[in-house]
Design a protein around this ligand. Structure first.
Ligand code: ADP
Length: 463
């Protein structure tokens, strides 16, 4: 299926005065125009009719099939991701595999949702704990991983037995529409999962106010997370929000390990990831080596259209995003940071990597999520100061420690939901992904990912 097919299909069943134009961030070409729907309440009502209709093995079968279908159609779907998001095709394919892995994992978990029988204190007492699907789920996803963020949420929800209505980001609606087709082809009844292309605020309000929606699973900015949390009254929420990930380069850092993955933790998806390294905090005796490694890695980055085989990073998602990042760099240099990578170069929405040294906590770039290919280096006088600076943020998603012997010790003292020691890839299907503080709450992936969509019912009986 192509974007043209998806547009035609959507517009045939959704007519509206209001429309959404979707552009390729690489060249600003119009990819398609979708009519905005006002049938959000209807989608929610329809979803409710599917609650408790699929047995766990059936849910497992559907998710397993969907996982296989994604792998089979990888060329089609990765092309759509690259067109609407801009990331290199190779990374788009990685995202498709990643999404397929989640669906497979959750499909297996669907069969292993166990309740409990509690110890009997009196032979006449029978105490049971049931885990039941929480109900209809409202899903809101961002543009940076347009397919996998959806798969990570919806896969878990379906495993738990929850029908969903999902609103993708306006920049990347096509991966979501494709995903809906995949789930239907895998055997999911029509309406069990429905993508909504509509106004963000209106959709968010329906998810918050409509009583049928029992849970909202959101990935996006802390700002929007706050709005939804305040409107959602007492609904159950999962909030995967912004990050300000530090990479702690300690005095006993194994530089060969840092060289292997330290820069990858920055540049994947052009730095547009909530787990991307936002601050390299380096113990001063290792600063020279670390800086050279990061500078060399940034020189090796090839910025270009995602369909060019040699591009390693694509464009930024919008011009607004580019301008925001340039403002962060200007703020840092005005307060004393030095650009090591030469003149800041950008064309269209492409930004060449920038390496900034001498960043301090007084600069915006220390405190705000960059979401772009900018390496920000902070020098600290000791390992202890590295740690203090790392924790000096209101965010708490991911942190990384580069150290030969002190990884576990520092991980214990880091105020973050996830810590990678000598590794930068934390989003694994079997692991509970998520943050604390302003990075949100709730977990995706692992056993915890499915639990987020289950409610506990305790039943006591006297015989
Ligand atoms: P970003 O700045 O990375 O685009 P956002 O938090 O603005 O992050 O967007 C993430 C998702 O939240 C997108 O699908 C977007 O359309 C949606 N969104 C934005 N504003 C609202 C809102 N007021 N209510 C509900 N969803 C929203």
């Amino acid at each position: 299926m192509t974007i043209g097919d998806l547009v035609r299909k959507w517009n045939e069943s959704n007519s509206s005065e209001k429309r959404l134009d979707v552009f390729n961030p690489s060249n600003q070409e119009l990819l398609g125009t979708l009519n905005l729907t006002d049938k959000i309440e209807l989608a929610v009502k329809t979803a409710k009719t599917h609650l408790n209709t699929l047995t766990p093995p059936k849910r497992a079968e559907i998710l397993g099939k969907a996982s296989l279908l994604l792998r089979e159609k990888i060329e089609e779907i990765s092309r759509i991701i690259t067109l609407e998001n801009g990331k290199p095709l190779k990374e788009a394919k990685g995202e498709v595999f990643y999404c397929a892995e989640y669906l497979e994992w959750y499909g297996e978990e669907a069969k292993r949702i166990y309740g409990e029988i509690l110890p009997e204190w009196d032979p006449k007492l029978d105490l049971k704990v049931y885990l039941e699907p929480i109900g209809v789920v409202g899903v809101i996803t961002p543009w940076n991983f347009p397919l996998s963020m959806l798969g990570r949420k919806v896969g878990a929800a379906i495993a738990a037995g929850c029908p969903c209505v999902a609103k993708p980001a306006p920049e990347t609606p096509f991966s979501a529409l494709f995903f809906e087709e995949i789930l239907k082809e895998a055997g999911l009844p029509d309406g069990y999962f429905k993508v909504i292309i509509s106004d963000a605020e209106i959709t968010g309000d329906v998810f918050c106010k409509n009583k049928i929606v029992r849970k909202i699973s959101f990935t996006g900015s802390t700002e929007v997370g706050r709005i939804l949390s305040s409107k959602a009254d007492l609904k159950k929420l999962t909030m995967e929000l912004g990050g300000n990930a530090p990479a702690l380069v300690l005095s006993d850092c194994e530089m060969s390990v840092f060289k292997e993955c330290g820069a990858f933790g920055k540049f994947r998806n052009a730095g547009q990831a909530c787990t991307a390294i936002n601050r390299y905090i380096v113990e001063e005796t290792r600063a020279k080596e670390a800086t050279e490694i990061l500078l060399e890695a940034s020189k090796n980055i090839k910025v270009g259209d995602g369909f060019n085989a040699d591009s390693t990073i694509g464009p930024l998602i919008t011009e607004e995003s580019l301008n925001r990042i340039i403002a962060l760099i200007e703020d840092a240099t005005s307060k004393g940071a030095k650009i090591l990578s030469g003149e800041v170069k950008h064309h269209g929405q492409f930004l060449e990597p920038v390496v900034l040294d001498g960043v301090t906590p007084s600069m915006r770039i220390f405190n705000e999520e960059i979401f772009g290919p900018v390496v920000s280096i902070i020098r600290a006088k000791s390992d202890e100061e590295v740690l203090t600076l790392a924790n000096q943020t209101d965010y708490g998603l991911a942190a990384y420690v580069f150290s030969k012997h002190q990884g576990q010790k520092f991980a214990k003292r880091l105020d973050f939901g996830m810590v990678g020691i000598n590794m930068v890839y934390l989003a694994l299907v079997q692991a509970p992904f998520g943050g604390i503080k302003n990075s949100g709450f709730g977990r995706e992936g692992g056993r915890e990912g499915v639990r987020e969509f289950l409610k506990i019912k305790y039943v006591g009986e006297v015989s």
